[in-house]
Design a protein around this ligand. Sequence first.
Ligand code: PPS
Length: 325
Amino acid sequence: MTGSKQRRDPRPLPKKLLSPVAKGGSGVLRFGAGILANSSIALDWLRLKYLDYVPRPDDIFIVTYPRSGTTWLQMILYQMTTDGEMNFTHISEVVPWFEQSTLHRRNIESLPSPRAFKTHLHYNGIFSIPKASCRYIYMIRNGKDVLVSYYHFYKSHLGYKGTFPEFFKRFMRGKVQYGSWFKHVAQWRANPRRLNILYLRYEDMLRDPEGGMREIADFCGFDIPTEKWPVILERTSFAFMKQYELKFDPAIEVLWQLHGTRVGAFLRKGKSGYAKEYLTPEQEAKFEQAFEKWLGGTGLTFEAPATATPANPTAPVGSAGSKSG
Ligand code: PPS
């Protein structure tokens, strides 16, 4: 028996011990699962904060409480730092959501400089922003408008079924995704660690988008050619972004991160006969064999519908243009 372990039948637990476990079993399990889930989030977060994220001096963090104009800033930074083409699937592909990128094992190291990240992280606390020698842009929006916008977002994207008064209470208590708006704003404005922050107001950006964008460019040290400004202004306008709304919608972001879904690939070509460019002769032969076995002799054909015209309504059964049944 050397080297092999003898299997012992597990002894039954004494009844006295078993009964409370059985009674509270599901609760204990739920509690355990909760701890595991939370610790895995904490580990992911620690990994991102201390291992995955290696700060670069030209990194830019777009920081907001949700619904304060984050996506607008993502687009502004994207337009300023690239050719501005709209050939990305989702804006997070080019300006990642910092705290989500670790969950999806995103390699942020491979992004070209200057990198821009979106984040809603608080200034203080365990899950707070990494404090680095880089740039932070903090956009503030009137909290009441944030509240209303967030309520609609909860309904449209998070399956919220409550009423507005109920949501109001939640928001005021900080019982929403990113906690208290008041705390978020207060801590970021206090900035005790003296991070390099540019503060913007959403309302000022609306009143004078070009002024706000020039402040951003100055703060980031971007030298933007004169002829590029009209393009940036046009592409970051609400109307332009609305046209490309799916490229900014977090629902698409989730699909893209989890499954690599690409928007615009659903209605692909709308033509027939291109399968021959894909199938090898062996695959063709196998297909034909199976077709013959299952459908040979039924008259079904996919040839050009030479006979399926109004002039010749008696097209063979099963051919294109004919009706079945
Ligand atoms: S999120 O879910 O936290 O990322 O949302 P966020 O992008 O921070 O905020 C969404 C609101 O910003 C408005 N938005 C804009 N306003 C003006 N101009 C442009 N280009 C623009 N892009 C986005 C967007 O309409 C949301 O506000 P509401 O009031 O809900 O319309």
